[in-house]
Design a protein around this ligand. Structure first.
Ligand code: NDP
Length: 460
């Protein structure tokens, strides 16, 4: 008789949990996964996937308008919100089923209920059943966080609800200046809503390269998105036909939908983690070592619940590395440096590595190459838009240490730039690479003169 009911019990069937379960099972482990909501987690159910489908929907507006300059006559296009939501829901249901099938194929036992940790080796399910496990993996993700309560907070939606609205808002106020806020500002504007984005700081996307932030802001404003900075929403009052939204400067905005995208918190509460001695870091994430192990020897955590880098591919890598390490006899660490990412704003952003400011601080001698140009398609469409690209180069080693792009398909471009940067490509390597003409990406290998040369010394 085995000592435990299962070798691995995973709490949470999101990207990290499912990958860990599947790989552990492929090594012969007996695995159970508990999921209290839907299989697939944030990314599949109410994150990256439905968001990207809505981004696609929103971009047709530009395509219809741009077609005219190329000789097309397009009747006034009509958009139907319920059709988009229904089609999107069908695709999400298909993906959820595919995730479930994958788990079944690997003989992973899926229990669709909440599980909490009773002691280091015991879990209790919502139904009351107990399961003992040799190893426990916590992969419970995160959830939207609204910040301090304000009057009328019950009227405010988050990114959980935005995917299920019965109708499209005429005017949406979005609070926040991060990934989710700028992405949904673009989605709703593209679909024809009026959009006001309220951000508490000087400029949106804090932590991104300053030139890129400035560029995105001006492009968003050019598209008609109203960006209000250095303000917060202080109250939301229900009135006839919508909401009266009060800002910290005592101004008011009328809107028929208010959404906060003010960050996410790890799902750590009520899981029994404190009881068994699992510790948390300063940002409330589960504290783990380089192998995703908590301070309790047989309990591990991956993905957003650890609050390291909250991106799906990172959670997947962490889940895979955990399974390789614990069940595959292949100790594997995830490298959290040089992680590329995209923001599906309008225009799209693709980024990797150091910003100019960070490079100057950490390296001192830094060359900056940047370009801003009108994309070829805009010549005939007449669209008033520009592409922006920047390379950050360590002037001592000539290595490219950062790349920041605002352009159609920037996410696709940065994926490939990331390979070069991870391999240690130098600016000379970029220069020696033949351009692909005519593309926007060719500018990445044709910038010759630094726009700025920082000659200082690195901070100690
Ligand atoms: P972010 O952390 O990216 O942004 C949160 C924003 O809310 C910031 O602008 C922050 O301001 C502001 N904020 C925080 N607290 C308050 C407050 N109390 N009052 C007013 N404003 C506040 O979080 P998101 O919710 O946008 O996204 C969560 C995470 O999900 C992202 O960080 C990312 O890791 C992931 N994600 C990735 C996507 C992608 O890869 N394309 C898409 C969507 C999400 P300040 O800057 O001043 O702190």
């Amino acid at each position: 008789m085995p000592e435990f009911d299962v070798d691995l019990f995973v709490i949470g069937a999101g990207s990290g949990g499912v990958r860990a379960a599947r790989i552990a099972a492929s090594y012969g482990a007996r695995v159970t996964v508990a999921e209290e909501f839907r299989v697939g987690g944030t990314c599949v159910i109410r994150g990256c996937v439905p968001k990207k489908l809505m981004v696609y929907a929103s971009r047709f507006a530009d395509d219809f308008a741009d077609a005219e300059g190329f000789g097309w006559t397009v009747q006034k296009p009509v958009f139907d919100w319920p059709t988009l939501i229904a089609n999107k829901d069908r695709e999400i249901a298909r993906l959820e089923a595919a995730y479930t099938t994958t788990l079944e194929r690997y003989k992973v036992n899926l229990v669709k209920e909440r599980a909490v940790i009773e002691d280091r080796h015991t879990l209790r399910l919502a139904s009351g059943a107990k399961v003992t496990a040799k190893t426990i993996l916590v992969a419970t993700g995160g959830r939207p966080y609204h910040g301090a309560a304000i009057a009328g907070i019950e009227h405010v939606i988050s990114s959980n609800e935005v995917f299920h609205l019965k109708q499209q808002p005429r005017h949406i106020v979005i609070q926040g200046g991060g990934y989710i806020a700028v992405e949904f500002a673009g989605v709703f504007r593209g679909l024809g809503s009026e959009v006001t984005l309220v951000y508490r700081g000087e400029n949106i996307l804090r932590g991104f390269d300053d030139d890129l932030r400035a560029h995105l802001r001006s492009e968003m404003e050019r598209r008609g998105i109203k960006i209000v900075t250095k303000q917060t929403v202080t109250a939301v009052e229900k009135v006839d036909h919508g909401y009266d939204v009060a800002l910290s400067d005592n101004t008011q905005i009328m809107a028929d939908l208010v959404m906060f995208a003010t960050g996410r918190h790890p799902n750590v509460e009520g899981l029994g983690l404190e009881k068994v001695g699992v510790e948390f870091d300063a940002r409330s994430g589960i504290d783990v070592d380089e192998h995703s192990r908590t301070c309790v020897e047989n309990i591990y955590a991956v993905g957003d619940v650890t609050n390291r880098i909250n991106l799906t591919p990172v959670a997947i890598r962490e889940g895979h590395a955990f399974a390789d390490t614990v069940f595959g006899k292949k100790p594997t660490k995830v490298d959290h440096t040089n992680v590329p990412s995209a923001v599906f704003s309008e225009p799209e952003l693709g980024v990797i590595g150091l910003t100019e400011a960070d490079a100057v601080k950490s390296l001192g001698k830094v060359d900056i190459y940047k370009t801003s140009f009108r994309p070829m398609k805009a010549t005939l469409s007449g669209r008033d838009t520009r592409v922006f690209m920047k390379l950050v180069v360590d002037a001592t080693t000539d290595r490219v240490v950062g790349c920041h792009i605002a352009s159609p398909d920037a996410g696709e471009m940065i994926q490939l730039v990331a390979v070069a940067i991870r391999m240690g490509a130098t600016k000379a390597d970029f220069d020696a690479t033949m351009a692909v003409h005519p593309t926007a990406a060719e500018e990445l290998v044709t910038m010759r003169e630094p726009a700025v040369r920082h000659t200082g010394s690195a901070a100690q």
